[in-house]
Design a protein around this ligand. Structure first.
Ligand SMILES: NC(=O)C1=CN([C@@H]2O[C@H](COP(=O)(O)OP(=O)(O)OC[C@H]3O[C@@H](n4cnc5c(N)ncnc54)[C@H](OP(=O)(O)O)[C@@H]3O)[C@@H](O)[C@H]2O)C=CC1
Ligand SMILES: O=C(O)C1=N[C@H](C(=O)O)C[C@H](O)C1
Length: 264
């Protein structure tokens, strides 16, 4: 049995993670970390599964009193960083889906996991299809160095560009030859019209109601384009990866960044 705490249980992803725990025999929810409802039980919160597990507003108290094996964090960049750090300091393995961490924060968490000799997983996207999309894009970039990324998300998303888009650009950068993309004299008439720029790759972020999580990686070559696209239509799409990470994380030593490192 794996004892789990979920941070962000009322959220779109956190509530989906609770449903995953509910239907997984070897997972046990021992508590939740929420900004509200301290001392209440998860089952008392409308819309959440009928768990007797207690809610804590203090992450420190939850970690000390409940002694979980794993903390699943699905909150916000600031809260997620704080919870992940705290989990590692308390010898609890974090499985983190929260996006928006800086490179400095990721390095810090990596050092801490190594120092404590604890497994940790941070994955910008837990959907297997999205991981394949990123891997296929990395492969395609060897042959098509001209690339732009369009990511589309629901309009409640806090961070832009998405963690998936950043990770995609990082993976492409590993194999892509040095490239000056677009016209050297290109000028933005309206600031921001060419989107964000990571390692010379342009990333465009769309935010609209009705969307969940979608990304296109478009490669351009002479007389052709190649588009690699992934769509999450339901947040259950992320749960295969969350389940795998929870099952694997305590067997790891140090931080694994990206679900692709856990897939065979
Ligand atoms: N890796 C992956 O596969 C995926 C990652 N994500 C990422 O997961 C994160 C959550 O996304 P989503 O569920 O859509 O967001 P939501 O806004 O629906 O949920 C976030 C939850 O975190 C809670 N929260 C905020 N601050 C704290 C805090 N200090 N302590 C405890 N809880 C807190 C919020 O509470 P309140 O309501 O009070 O604000 C809310 O319930 C985002 O970073 C998103 O990018 C999303 C989908 C897939
Ligand atoms: O906020 C979201 O919804 C998502 N966030 C992750 C990201 O930033 O890439 C993963 C997925 O795209 C959904």
């Amino acid at each position: 049995m794996i004892k789990i705490i979920v941070a962000g249980p009322r959220g779109k992803m956190g509530s989906e993670a609770l449903r995953l725990i509910e239907k997984t025999d070897h997972f046990e929810l021992v508590g939740a970390i929420d900004r509200k409802y301290n001392g209440r039980k998860v089952k008392e919160i409308t819309g959440l599964p009928p768990f007797d597990a207690p809610i804590y507003t203090s992450a420190e108290q939850a970690l000390h009193e409940l002694e979980p094996d794993v903390l699943i964090d699905l909150t916000t960049p600031d809260a997620g960083y704080y919870h992940t750090r705290l989990a590692l300091e308390n010898n609890v393995s974090p499985v983190v889906g929260t996006t928006g961490f800086s490179q400095e924060q990721l390095n810090m968490l990596g050092h801490l996991a190594e120092e404590k000799e604890i497994g940790a997983v941070i994955a910008p996207n837990f959907a297997v299809g999205a991981v394949l999309m990123m891997q296929f894009a990395r492969w395609a970039a060897r042959y098509f160095p001209d690339v732009e990324i369009i990511e589309k998300h629901h309009d409640q998303k806090l961070d832009a560009p998405s963690g998936t888009a950043v990770k995609t650009a990082e993976l492409i950068q590993e194999v892509r030859s040095e490239k000056q993309q677009g016209h050297p004299d290109e000028k933005e008439i309206v600031k921001g019209s060419r989107g964000a720029n990571i390692h010379g790759m342009h990333i465009h972020s769309v935010r609209l109601p009705g969307l969940i999580a979608h990304q296109e990686v478009i490669f351009g070559g002479t007389g052709q384009t190649l588009t690699i696209r992934h769509d999450s239509y339901h947040r259950e799409s992320f749960m295969t990866g969350v389940k795998l990470a929870v099952e694997q994380v305590r067997k790891l030593n140090g931080l694994v960044y990206g679900l692709e490192n856990l897939l065979e």
